[in-house]
Design a binder for this molecule. Structure first.
Ligand SMILES: [Ca+2]
Ligand SMILES: [Ca+2]
Ligand SMILES: [Ca+2]
Length: 283
């Protein structure tokens, strides 16, 4: 394939990808505020999503909803939340004293009172708190609740307060309903810049396409053997359905357990998205 054709094809695929999967995640890069803490890339996303949609979006961007593990991380995140150009009235949880919040990666959705760090929305993760205000931390893990959690009318997701509420102050945590549509904070997001540099793109083939479940994925020589290469598979809703580490030039991808439809493949190398592909599953 000549270079110009390859270049054009790349942009067609990229435009198509942006218009479908990414459109359901972040609609404009101008709504993304980036920062680094302790060598890790964070993003504050100024778009409103339910807790689960926000977590799915975090995974699609290569990370997870932020999990705060220390006072230093709390302080750094809250500092940047205040630098991120957030208009408080755009990210309000009515059941959280009508104050403003951003999603963090904690919830007690799976089991009431068992607060876990579940920033990838897998339903599992380390537990950091047990019970309501009368409860306590688990395993000495960090927490920064206000006079919370109180499970008021059934609250199962963790909000970082941007403004004060009757039971706490800005910066502290509150449990609010997971269906609130709030801004959110992603930890360990990929650096997506490679997508706009076609010369950095990696050749990446998945076949047969369409296929009935077993796909072969072929990678070029230059990432052969590097254990940092990852293939991620997303469904049309942006939910991560599979993630595999690439250690061989030719890899097999088994989607036989999934429903028919279109899936997106992301090839990640060196914490950068190097290629995207779409495959059709037709059993
Ligand atoms: Ca963290
Ligand atoms: Ca709860
Ligand atoms: Ca609460």
């Amino acid at each position: 394939m000549n270079k110009l054709l390859r270049f054009s094809l790349f942009f067609l695929v990229f435009a198509w990808f942006s218009n479908t999967a990414n459109a359901q995640c972040v609609s404009s890069s101008s709504n993304v505020y980036e920062f680094f803490y302790n060598g890790t890339h964070y993003e504050i996303i100024r778009e409103n999503k339910s807790w689960q949609s926000a977590a799915n979006c975090a995974v699609m961007r290569g990370g997870y909803l932020a999990e705060i593990n220390s006072q230093q991380e709390q302080d750094s995140i809250f500092y940047h939340v205040n630098q991120a150009g957030i208009i408080a009235s755009n990210t309000v949880a009515p059941d959280g004293g009508n104050a403003s919040y951003l999603w963090l990666g904690g919830n007690d959705l799976a089991s009431e009172g068992d607060w876990i760090w579940d920033g990838k929305n897998t339903g599992t993760g380390p537990q950091f708190w047990q019970g309501t205000t009368a409860g306590g931390p688990i395993g000495g893990l960090y927490n920064n609740w206000g006079f919370e959690p109180d499970d008021f009318n059934g609250q199962d997701a963790l909000g970082l307060a941007f403004t004060n509420w009757p039971l706490g102050t800005a910066g502290q945590w509150n449990d609010v309903k997971h269906t609130n549509l709030l801004y959110f904070i992603i930890e360990d997001a990929d650096t997506l810049v490679a997508l706009v540099h076609p010369e950095d793109q990696i050749e990446f083939n998945a076949y047969p396409n369409p296929g009935s479940g077993l796909f072969s994925v072929e990678l070029p020589e230059d990432i052969y053997g590097q254990d940092q290469a990852l293939i991620r598979v997303f469904d049309l809703n942006g939910q991560l359905v599979q993630e595999l580490r690439v250690s061989k030039r030719k890899t097999h991808l088994d989607l036989t357990g999934f429903t028919n439809g279109l899936y997106f493949l992301q090839l990640v190398n060196g914490n950068v998205v190097r290629a995207t592909e779409k495959i059709m599953l037709q059993k």
